[in-house]
Design a protein around this ligand. Structure first.
Ligand code: SF4
Ligand code: FES
Length: 381
C-alpha cells in the first residue's frame, strides 16, 4: 500500500467528549475501561468545575457529551450537570450500569433534559451476568432500569460486551435489546486495555467462537432490519485490519478523567511519557489545540513504516496506539491488528493460546490496585 502525503487540514473541534465524572462504581467488571489505578472521590472535579468544563466544551464546538464513569449516577449533582448541558445546547447521553438509580431519580434526569440513556449488560443469563459484574442480582436491576427508561420516554441503547463467557449468546442479547425497546444495540467484543488486558486470558474467546458470533450478528441484522440498529465492534486480536480508534488520535474525541485530566482516549494513561493537561490549569480549547499528549499521535507525521507510506493511513490513522503499546511495547508502532504489522502473528498467537487454555479467575476491578501498572504491563505482554 502506498500514497503521497496530503497537506494537513485545519484542526476541527471534537464532536464528542466523554466525561468520567467519577471512578466510583458498585460493579467490578473485569474488562472495565477505567485505568488500573482508579481515582479517588476526593480528587474529583466539583460541580462548578464540571459546569465550567461543559461551557468550555460547548464554546469549543463539542456537540455531544457522554456522562460516564465509573458509575456517573453516584454523583448527586448529575441532574444539575445534565440541566446545564441542556441549557447550553449540548446533547447529553448517560452511560450507566443501571443499578444505582430508582425510577424517581431517572425521571429527575429526564426532566433536567437528558437526551439518551445507554445501558451496559453483561449477559442474558442472570448467573453469568452476576459473576462477570461480581454483583448478585445485577440483571434484575438492569431489566427494571431499561423498562423505566422506555416508560419515561427516553431513547435507549444497549451495550453488550462480548467475551468467552457469553459469546455463544450474542443473538439472545440482541433479542433482549429488542424486547427492551432499545433503538440501538452495540455488540462489542472486549477491547484489551487496562483491566481487560489484565484479564485477557479470562476473557478471550476462540477464533471459532468469534466467527460464529459474527455470523449470528449478521443474521440478526438481516432479520431485524428496520427494528433496531445493530453496531458490531470486532475483536482486534482476530482482525486483519485495524479499527480507526477514536476516529484518529486527537481528531474527533476527548476524554476527561474525574480529576480533570484531558486524554485523547480512555486508555491513553497507559502510554509512558505522555503528559496530560488538566482543565484545572488550562482552558479546554488550548488543551485540544496544542497539548503535548494530543499532538503526540495526531495526524500522520509521527508514523513510522509500514503506516507512513500506506494508503490507509488517513482512513484508520494507524489503528490504536494503546494496543500497539500493549503488544509491541511501542505506542508509535502500527496496530498489530493490521496484517502489515510485524507483530500481527504474535497478537493472533496470544489470542489462540489464551482462548485454548482453561479460563483463569477474574481479577475484578477494585479501588485498591492489586498490582502496579508496570507489573500489569509486564505480566500481560
Ligand atoms: Fe496501513 Fe498502518 Fe493502517 Fe496497517 S495500520 S492499514 S499499515 S495505516
Ligand atoms: Fe487509546 Fe485506541 S484506546 S488509541
Amino acid at each position: 500500500m502506498s500514497g503521497a502525503a496530503n497537506p494537513t487540514p485545519p484542526l476541527a473541534p471534537p464532536l464528542a467528549a466523554l466525561l468520567e465524572l467519577t471512578h466510583r462504581c458498585p460493579l467490578q467488571c473485569p474488562y472495565c475501561s477505567n485505568p488500573i489505578e482508579l481515582e479517588r472521590a476526593k480528587g474529583e472535579l466539583s460541580t462548578d468545575e464540571w459546569r465550567r468544563v461543559l461551557d468550555e466544551a460547548a464554546e469549543l464546538g463539542v456537540l455531544q457529551v457522554h456522562f460516564s464513569g465509573g458509575e456517573p449516577t453516584v454523583r448527586r449533582d448529575l441532574p444539575e450537570l445534565v440541566a446545564h448541558a441542556r441549557r447550553i445546547g449540548l446533547y447529553s447521553n448517560l452511560i450507566t450500569s443501571g443499578v444505582t438509580l430508582d425510577r424517581a431519580r431517572l425521571a429527575v434526569l429526564a426532566q433536567a433534559g437528558l437526551d439518551h440513556a445507554q445501558l451496559s449488560i453483561q449477559d442474558v443469563d442472570h448467573q453469568t451476568a452476576a459473576h462477570i459484574a461480581n454483583h448478585p442480582g445485577v440483571q434484575g436491576k438492569k431489566l427494571a432500569f431499561a423498562r423505566w427508561v422506555r416508560e419515561i420516554g427516553l431513547p435507549l441503547t444497549i451495550n453488550a460486551v462480548v467475551n468467552r463467557h457469553n459469546v455463544t449468546r450474542v443473538e439472545r442479547m440482541i433479542d433482549l435489546a429488542v424486547e427492551l425497546g432499545a433503538v440501538r444495540v452495540e455488540v462489542a467484543h472486549v477491547q484489551y486495555y487496562g483491566w481487560a488486558l489484565r484479564n485477557r486470558a479470562a476473557l478471550m474467546p476462540t477464533l471459532e467462537q468469534v466467527q460464529e458470533a459474527t455470523q449470528r450478528v449478521e443474521a440478526a441484522r438481516a432479520r431485524l432490519r428496520g427494528q433496531i440498529v445493530i453496531d458490531y465492534v470486532v475483536p482486534d486480536y482476530y482482525a486483519r485490519q485495524p479499527k480507526s480508534c477514536m476516529g484518529g488520535w486527537g481528531r474527533q474525541f476527548l476524554n476527561i478523567t474525574p480529576s480533570g485530566e484531558v486524554l485523547p482516549c480512555h486508555a491513553a494513561q497507559t502510554i509512558p511519557g505522555l503528559v496530560f493537561d488538566s482543565v484545572r490549569h488550562k482552558p479546554l480549547a488550548e488543551i485540544w489545540a496544542s497539548s503535548a499528549a494530543f499532538e503526540a499521535y495526531r495526524g500522520t507525521d509521527w508514523m513510522p513504516e509500514p503506516c507512513r507510506s500506506c494508503d490507509q493511513r488517513e482512513v484508520d490513522w494507524g489503528g490504536c496506539r494503546c494496543q500497539a503499546l500493549a503488544i509491541t511495547g511501542s505506542a508509535a508502532a502500527a496496530d498489530p491488528a493490521c496484517a502489515l504489522s510485524p507483530a500481527h502473528q504474535e497478537m493472533r498467537s496470544l489470542a489462540e493460546a489464551a482462548s485454548a487454555a482453561p479460563a483463569p479467575d477474574f481479577v475484578y476491578r477494585r479501588m485498591t490496585p492489586q498490582e502496579t501498572p508496570a507489573k500489569v504491563a509486564a505480566a500481560t505482554r
